[in-house]
Design a binder for this molecule. Structure first.
Ligand SMILES: *[C@@H]1O[C@H](CO)[C@@H](O)[C@H](O)[C@H]1NC(C)=O
Length: 353
């Protein structure tokens, strides 16, 4: 009995120390799921072509190249800061011990909702794999806190962010060289396949205790420097992904109606990206800042990038600069227009009890 009470005391002290030390935090923990827009070091440990742990990546990040697909900070970095966290949420690959109580970043460059998306890049972690990793975190948390009940109370309070789907287009539907999906499915059908799979995955996340969840839509892929060509091509590509975003918004509504005690919000990245980039000081939206490899569209290792990085929207052929990531994170946290986040933004989502 005494041992049990000591154990409970110890667990409570642990939660207190981990979560209350800096009182400004709006949630005790954040978990990130996603692709290269989210990855902050997980792919460094995988055998894949989707890697960013070399220069010039990280040229504006204090620790240098870390595996973030940007010149500086990424969206999770800025969200964590807005939520009151002093440090970045650690990647799953290196998150150890009590650190997991503050959250984990499972993001993996090249990963998608479907397991086969991005497979041509080598070993990347799909949403399924990321959820398996989250299951390991949940199990570790039960051990750290001493019971399933206490782990659940903690997990219920966290924010969950999922930014998935981009690679199901970039490295699947729009990659007919490696995938048959374009031949097999209409854009409508493919969007339905994706959202049906995503629904099951988000329900699994709910079963693990998620109650506050922000879901990002896919970006306007037609405008990526990698795909930029004719206006017709860009428009038709953006129409393809629009089917997914429309269904995703409906999926979020459905989950809110069916999963009791949970709130899901949809972040309309298309609407956020519509803003006038010159208000951010951005002058170049059609070319990347770094020297990209013709094969991969990622920055060539060691080559000198542009010096005026704050004036570029794109860092390489696929990924935004720190400046553009900042704008995306800020508007998903605190919406600048009601169309940015539905039914509410992340700031309001975390205020709920
Ligand atoms: C997202 O915003 C765009 C641009 O305003 C709009 O056309 C689209 O319908 C919105 N999508 C959803 C799913 O709300």
């Amino acid at each position: 009995m005494a041992a049990r009470i000591t154990n409970i005391f110890y667990s409570m002290l642990l939660v207190y120390l981990i979560t209350k030390c800096d009182g400004k935090k709006q949630v005790p923990c954040v978990f990130f799921f996603g692709d290269s827009l989210t990855d902050n070091g997980n792919n460094n440990f995988l055998a894949t072509a989707a890697k960013a742990n070399h220069t010039p990546y990280g040229i504006d990040y204090p620790a240098g190249p870390t595996g973030r697909f940007s010149n500086g900070k990424n969206i999770p970095d800025f969200l964590a800061k807005s939520l009151g966290f002093e440090k970045a949420i650690p990647p799953f690959a290196t998150a150890k011990g009590t650190k997991i109580l503050k959250g984990v970043n499972y993001g993996s460059g090249g990963g998608g909702i479907l397991d086969e998306s991005g497979s041509q890049l080598g070993d990347v972690m799909s949403m399924k794999k990321q959820l398996i990793n989250h299951g390991k975190t949940v199990a570790d948390m039960k051990l750290l806190l001493g019971s399933s009940g206490r782990a659940r109370v903690h997990l219920n309070k966290c924010l969950y962010v999922s930014n998935m789907g981009n690679n199901d287009y970039i490295n699947n539907y729009l990659s007919p060289k490696y995938h048959l999906s374009t031949t097999l499915y209409t854009p409508q059908k493919f969007a339905a396949i994706l959202t049906n799979q995503y629904r099951r995955q988000l329900r699994r996340l709910y079963k693990y205790g998620a109650r506050k969840v922000a879901i990002y839509g896919v970006g306007s892929i037609g405008y990526l420097p990698q795909f930029r060509s004719t206006v017709e091509f860009m428009d038709s590509t953006n129409q393809v992904t629009q089917h997914f975003n429309d269904r995703l918004a409906t999926l979020v509504q459905g989950l809110n109606a069916r999963l009791s005690g949970a709130q899901f919000v949809f972040i309309n990245t298309t609407n956020i990206a519509l803003g006038d980039p010159s208000t951010l000081g951005i002058k170049v939206v059609d070319n990347p800042c770094c020297v990209v490899s013709k094969q991969t569209g990622l920055c060539d290792a060691g080559k000198k990038p542009c010096h005026n990085r704050n004036e570029y929207y794109f860092w390489d052929n696929f990924h935004p600069t720190e400046t553009a990531n900042h704008a995306m994170a800020i508007r998903s946290y605190a919406a600048a227009s009601p169309a940015d986040a539905y039914p509410t933004d992340i700031r309001n989502l975390v205020r709920r009890n």
